[in-house]
Design a protein around this ligand. Structure first.
Ligand code: PLP
Length: 439
């Protein structure tokens, strides 16, 4: 049934605009006021039901409002102790969870720092890499999104609105990512892949930053906000080689791509490469605020008091994270299989749309992290920005929640647990919208 926006929704939005200082809703302000959700669906305050292809910004990886076991674990913890002041005192649950988290990573990983968000997980990674290497510069990529606090914002380079008037920034330099559909250096798609590595090696390290001063390279194994871009394998393996050549740490921001999103615990697992530091947030605690920074054991420790926070290791968040990781461990095989099968189903349908409609320029993805880039013309690749807006609106009006990414990409990130029928239903709505705006 098409979505009806009643007075209740309109009045809430009016009150919100009066009192809230800023949000990230513009320029796609869906009139979406979710009230409750379960599994594949979310309902708004007026009772409209939607299929969720967003996982609430890649957070509900295992179903909207998370698993019942995750909610139960939080409820149970609530009555015994909420806040353990973990960086000052000891507590069992954060240690239990940290032990499980490191077991999901390559064997050489072993030390965990807890925080409350993705940006904080990256702030910690910035500080730790400086401390470990005694160097100050960080390299990141154009299109990257690592967060909005000053350190991680210095690395973020996906939209100027994030940075405008907030400088000066920390010592960072950006390099081109392997966005081969639109090679930043205007190479053919097949030649594009290693250009970013050449820029780091010959331009950045050769001319701007002394290798003796470069602490880390931060990257997203699949670029998220920048447009759901999957780099070729050689790009990632060469990045690892380059980092090793110069004693630079490689930091994989798995905040959006991790936690089974691509069908593996780490997106980086697909590339046969290990990082030196991993950062997590979003899906880690089933919707509770939590971040984690995990370092290679050989890097050593951070001196006591050098970095900490009040709420990291909060017991409600950790109880949720612990139940969440138990679910992953128990269902690893089926999650991998599902993500492969459902991801292929989505890619197949989108590739058919690419054949049928001029507006579908590129379809790319890994597991259930999939992007469809819209263009006005397949040859010129002019971004179809207005058309994307129309498509997102049409889908919303027809009970499908989707999110944008990059200049003209739509991201498709349903919960991994979504039924194939609902995936097909959602894709039917998306195809109807694409057909309408192709005309
Ligand atoms: C890859 C990546 N890193 C970091 C962040 C920042 O996370 P948070 O919003 O929790 O600070 C995000 C958020 O979208 C992200 O996608």
């Amino acid at each position: 049934m098409p979505v009806k926006l009643d007075k209740k929704i309109r009045s809430l939005i009016k009150r919100d605009r009066k009192v809230m200082l800023t949000t990230t809703r513009e320029p796609y302000p869906y009139d979406f006021v979710p009230e409750h959700g379960e599994g594949d669906y979310v309902y708004d305050i007026s009772g409209n039901r939607f299929i969720d292809f967003s996982s609430f910004i890649a957070v509900y990886n295992f179903g909207v409002n998370s698993r019942a076991a995750v909610r139960e674990a939080m409820k149970k913890q609530m009555d015994s102790l909420i806040h353990p002041a973990f960086t000052d005192y000891y507590a069992e649950l954060p240690v239990v969870f940290a032990e499980k988290l490191v077991r999901m990573l390559p064997r050489s990983f072993g030390k965990v720092f807890f925080s409350n968000s993705g940006t904080e997980a990256n702030e910690a990674a910035i500080k730790f890499s400086r401390l470990f290497t005694k160097r100050q510069y960080i390299i990141s990529f154009y299109g990257a999104f690592h967060g909005r606090t000053m350190g991680s914002l210095s690395l973020t380079a996906s939209k100027t609105v994030h940075r405008e008037r907030f400088g000066p920034f920390n010592s960072t330099v950006q390099a081109p990512y392997a966005y081969c559909y639109r090679c930043p250096l205007h190479k053919e798609e097949s030649e594009c892949c290693l250009q970013g590595i050449d820029v780091i090696r010959n331009q950045i390290l050769g001319k701007t930053v002394s290798e003796k001063e470069c602490a880390a390279i931060f990257f997203e194994p699949v670029q998220g906000e920048g447009g759901y871009i999957v780099p070729p394998k050689e790009f990632v393996t060469e990045l690892r080689k380059l980092a090793d050549e110069h004693g630079i740490l490689l930091v994989a921001d798995e905040v959006q791509s991790g936690y089974m999103r691509t069908g593996r615990f780490l997106a980086l697992d697909h590339f046969g490469v290990e990082a030196d530091i991993y950062t997590f947030a979003k899906a880690i605690a089933g919707g509770m605020p939590m971040g984690a920074t995990v370092t290679r054991k050989s890097l050593g420790d951070i001196p006591s008091g050098a970095h900490a926070n009040t709420f990291g290791g909060n017991l409600i968040a950790v109880a949720a994270a612990n139940a969440n990781i138990n679910y992953i461990k128990k269902n690893m095989a089926s999650l991998k299989r599902d993500s492969k099968e459902k991801g292929s189903l989505i890619m197949k349908r989108l590739n058919q749309m690419k054949e049928r409609y001029e507006i579908v320029g590129d379809v790319r993805g890994l597991g259930m992290m999939i992007g469809v880039e819209l263009v006005k013309n397949k040859h010129t690749k002019e971004p179809a920005i207005k058309e994307r807006e129309g498509i997102l609106d049409y889908c919303f009006e027809n009970n499908l929640i989707l999110l944008p990414a990059g200049i003209s990409t739509i991201r498709i990130v349903p919960p991994l647990t979504m039924s194939k029928q609902n995936i097909e239903k959602g894709l039917d709505v998306l195809e109807a919208a694409i057909k309408k705006f192709s005309a």
